[in-house]
Design a protein around this ligand. Structure first.
Ligand code: B1M
Length: 213
């Protein structure tokens, strides 16, 4: 198999045998982020498709996620980083009821490599925990991730709770089940500050730079 197909296959099959050697080979010609956004994401999309067709069980998807995480962890030290720091602080979380964290963690890596101070609150983070964290960490921006359809609704609820708590910080949202339209209508409707939808982590960085950089 060609290199790109092999990289996608590690994710689909949930195996790490040979992964590092192939990542090293890929790094000789491609940038770490292009490896993630290209073959590794292709593998994850295939996992999603197979899972949707009941051809994979949750335990297998979990193994795929492990491979993806291991690959991202291996690639991270090879990523470009800027020397500038203290551009601003962002608190980041996967919303209540949702355990998906690979995309959120990618946002953390990319923003922290580019001079932002990121406080990663983890997964299944309830609005009250977020409000508490805003008070504790005094961020310049809040980032929410969620992949389930119900997570999009949870973001609306979270935005509403922020409004009641008087929080108007820029709110960056992303995740597979969200759309720009949903963000600008449903979420923004319940929030007093700016709400920005990012389709991927790089777009998240662009917005963070525009707002805080
Ligand atoms: Co789940 N899962 N999963 N899953 N899973 C999806 C999301 C699903 C679409 C699969 C499918 O059916 N085709 C489906 C959702 C259906 C729906 O709601 N419509 C689904 C389901 C149903 C479930 C369970 C309910 C299954 C079950 O238990 N029966 C369960 C939910 C548990 C829960 O959350 N309460 C579940 C569990 C899991 C695992 C634990 C096994 C595992 C997650 C492991 C982990 O994250 N640690 C898992 C996985 C791996 C997936 C798929 C296959 C891949 C997700 C992923 O990591 N993608 C996924 C199918 C798919 O997405 N195609 C699926 C790679 C990642 C880099 O992309 O997170 O989208 P993503 O991030 C992107 C952008 O979205 C964006 O940037 C990233 C790219 O740069 N982005 C942001 C994300 N957050 C951002 C925040 C930002 C900015 C950009 O700013 C703050």
């Amino acid at each position: 198999l060609p290199l790109e197909a092999r990289l996608a296959r590690y994710v689909v099959e949930g195996t790490k045998d040979g992964l590092i050697a192939d990542l090293d080979e890929a790094l000789t010609t491609a940038k770490p982020l292009d490896i993630i956004n290209g073959p590794l994401m292709d593998g994850m999309s295939e996992v999603g498709r197979l899972f949707n067709n009941n051809e994979l069980i949750v335990a297998e998807v979990l193994q795929s996620a492990e491979v993806m995480k291991a690959a991202v962890a291996y690639l991270e030290p090879h990523m470009e980083r800027t020397d500038s720091h203290a551009k601003g602080r962002l608190i980041l979380a996967t919303v209540k009821g949702d355990v998906h964290d690979i995309g959120k963690n990618l946002v953390e890596i990319i923003l922290s490599n580019n001079g932002f101070d990121v406080v990663n609150l983890g997964i299944k983070v309830a609005p009250e925990q977020l409000i508490q964290a805003v008070r504790e960490y005094q961020p310049d921006m809040i980032g929410l991730s969620g992949l389930l359809v119900k997570s999009a609704q949870q973001m609306v609820t979270t935005a509403e709770d922020f409004r009641h708590a008087g929080i108007e910080l820029p709110l960056l949202v992303g995740g597979a089940a969200l759309t720009k339209k949903f963000t600008l209508t449903k979420i923004a409707d319940k929030y007093d500050g700016p709400v920005i939808y990012a389709k991927d982590a790089m777009e998240g960085l662009d917005f963070a730079n525009q707002l805080m950089g």
